[in-house]
Ligand binder design. Structure first.
Ligand code: ATP
Ligand code: HMH
Length: 267
């Protein structure tokens, strides 16, 4: 089988736990060749986001163009997109190159509270990116912004997933890291049925980049030909191992362990 390729369109996390760095590490661990289009550089560590330096939309567009016209791609993930201009440029290019396997992680706010998406860009995300996406993977606060709903229960999660699907995206996966209980319940809605992926909540502060890592693992699995449902199962196992075998790096919210899944024999 030829080498499978995945592209991440996202921001750089200098601390290495989230963003482009988490995505490329995850792609590599799952045996997929990783490529990147950088949307912004963040000066970031486990204590927080200390600076955000966006790229121009043109620079993002060109990175996507040169990579897709030469190397090609089996799945594309988007993460931190920062502005409406960048969202519109990315969506235009993905359409132009007829990318079908687009996984949108609608990154809005970092765990420490820093904004990674300008407020007015949410509309562009909904109007131009979600309609061309195969999957969107909001966490609970992001699902609340996308729907305007308050999500307090599993029933609310289901209602939100249906509302997000009505924006034109084929599959909606609401991540349960922000759930309150002893279990983390990730909910997938595929346009007709619901599927849940449940993990044991680990009591740790080292959860920086869990969302990026989860969505990147889904992207890698989809690049290798998995269905969305199987990709969500793989991603759940990948992130559970990565959180359980934490590296305890830095003084704040440390990164997850991107080696853990492979070291346990997965791949
Ligand atoms: N403490 C935890 N224990 C076990 N699983 C967790 C924990 N926290 C998050 N997860 C899992 O990690 C994945 C990512 O979910 P989460 O809701 O944390 O994403 P996120 O908020 O987008 O993360 P980030 O913004 O840090 O990238 C989900 O599968 C979720 O269930
Ligand atoms: C660059 C970047 N993307 C995404 C996140 C969300 O975890 C982050 N903290 N930083």
């Amino acid at each position: 089988m030829s080498v499978r390729r995945a592209l991440t369109i996202a921001g750089s996390d200098s601390g290495g736990g989230a963003g482009i760095q988490a995505d490329l590490k995850t792609f590599q661990e799952l045996g997929v060749f990783g490529m990147s289009a950088v949307t912004a550089v963040t000066a970031q560590n486990t204590l927080g986001v200390h600076g955000v330096y966006p790229m121009t939309a043109k620079a993002v567009e060109q990175q996507i163009d040169v990579v897709l016209s030469d190397i090609g791609v089996d799945a594309v993930k988007t993460g931190m997109l920062f502005s409406a201009d960048i969202i519109e440029a990315a969506a235009r290019k993905l359409k132009e190159h007829q990318c079908e396997n687009v996984i949108v992680d609608p990154v809005m706010i970092a765990k420490g509270g820093a904004s990674l998406l300008q407020e007015e860009a949410t509309e562009a995300l909904k109007q131009v990116l979600l309609p061309i996406a195969l999957v969107v993977t909001p966490n609970i606060p992001e699902a609340e912004v996308l729907t305007g709903m308050s999500i307090q229960s599993e029933a609310d999660k289901k209602e939100a997933a249906i509302a997000i699907a009505s924006l034109g995206v084929k599959n909606v996966l609401i991540k349960g890291g922000h759930d309150k209980g002893a279990k983390t319940v990730d909910l997938l809605y595929d346009g007709s049925a619901f599927h849940t992926f449940t993990g044991t909540r680990i009591d740790t502060k080292d959860t920086h980049g869990t969302g990026c890592t989860f969505s990147a693992a889904m992207t890698a699995a989809i690049a290798k030909g998995a269905s969305v449902r199987t990709a969500a199962e793989t991603a759940k196992q990948f992130i559970q191992a990565a959180i359980e075998d934490g590296l305890h790096i830095g003084q704040g919210h440390g990164p997850t362990n991107h080696w853990a899944y492979r070291q346990r024999g997965g791949c």
